[in-house]
Design a protein around this ligand. Structure first.
Ligand SMILES: C[S@@+](CC[C@H](N)C(=O)[O-])C[C@H]1O[C@@H](n2cnc3c(N)ncnc32)[C@H](O)[C@@H]1O
Length: 295
């Protein structure tokens, strides 16, 4: 993501708030549909007249799933599957012995404020521009940054992750659980590769990183899968074209080139039937990967 360029604050706000607004809209779904577990999402959207702020208005809130589905088919369902899946992964990893939890490109993720991770050390890593937006919301919600969370500011494109985390008390020998939600499509391939190299060399045995990715075919112009045309048009128009993808079916080979093991890779059908239980149709062009360091 070209954060740091002109228009940075608008872009950071639009991608982080966009994901958060989808969670808030997914929160309004009614049984038998599954609801997004992020009950804090609407509180993390700043008040204002932007489209994303619609989800703050109780009267309009119920309309938003339909509105979003018309504008971005699959988006609500993808965000719902991603939230449920990543909540589960982070809980299970900490229960299995991870003593540090990291949100890379945290945006307006509320996990550290709505789930209990016991004594694990918690790190939110993000660009200073998005971090400042998060700070405003934390101030409004909790009167400031909760002290159990360590906030690390970085530009992934120009700064060293190991160095920035190290400066904030991160232990590279500890078993660590990392979520990298909604970030890889916006990074240059080099940014994704450097992060995976850091993960392979700079985290302890048994550590995991869970991330979503889009199929490279979409970046190469194949927008035939569900929701691809609308999303590609929107991010390109917003000045944030997708830059990184993994060819469909090639995630295992890709992570192996970093000496890592692909433990799980859920595609659109798995998300629809295993996570959404067939209630909704998510984007048809990406995966949810769980990658692990050998124990
Ligand atoms: C679409 S948002 C996702 C936010 C959050 N993880 C979620 O799932 O809601 C993308 C996030 O990646 C961060 N990001 C993108 N490029 C970055 C960079 N070069 N340096 C630091 N953070 C970056 C943005 O600040 C933003 O928080």
């Amino acid at each position: 993501m070209a954060l740091g360029d002109a228009g940075t604050s608008r872009l950071a706000r639009s991608t982080a708030e966009g994901a958060c607004a989808l969670r808030a809209a997914g929160r309004t779904l009614r049984p038998p549909l599954p609801r997004n577990p992020d009950h804090l999402a609407s509180s993390f959207i700043a008040p204002g007249l932007k489209a994303t702020a619609l989800v703050k208005l109780p009267i309009l809130r119920g309309l938003s799933p339909r509105v979003f589905e018309r504008i971005l088919p699959g988006a609500i369902w993808f965000e719902l599957a991603r939230t449920i899946h990543m909540d589960r992964v982070l809980r299970e990893e900490v229960a299995a012995g991870a003593t540090q939890a990291v949100l890379l490109g945290a945006g307006l993720d509320s996990r550290f404020y709505r789930l209990d991770f016991g004594a694990a050390k918690l790190f939110e890593v993000d660009h200073p521009v998005t971090g400042a937006i998060k700070d405003e919301r934390l101030e409004a919600l909790f009167g400031g940054r909760p002290e159990e969370v360590t906030y690390v500011r970085i530009d992934f494109n120009t700064e060293d992750l190991a160095q920035r985390l190290g400066a904030h008390g991160f232990d590279p020998a500890a078993r660590t659980a990392i979520l990298w939600s909604g970030v890889t499509p916006y990074l240059e391939p080099r940014g994704v590769e450097e992060t995976l190299r850091w993960f392979a060399a700079g985290t302890g045995p048994g550590s995991s990183i869970c991330f979503d990715y889009i199929f490279r075919e979409v970046i190469e112009g194949d927008v035939s899968s569900y929701g691809a045309r609308e999303l590609v048009e929107r991010v390109t128009k917003g000045g944030e074209p997708f830059r990184f993808g993994i060819p469909e079916g090639a995630a295992e080979e890709f992570v192996k080139s970093f000496g890592l093991e692909l433990e799980e890779d859920l595609g659109p059908d798995d998300a629809e039937y295993e996570i959404l239980e067939g209630h909704g149709r998510p984007y048809g062009f990406g995966g949810l990967a769980l990658v692990r360091q050998p124990l």
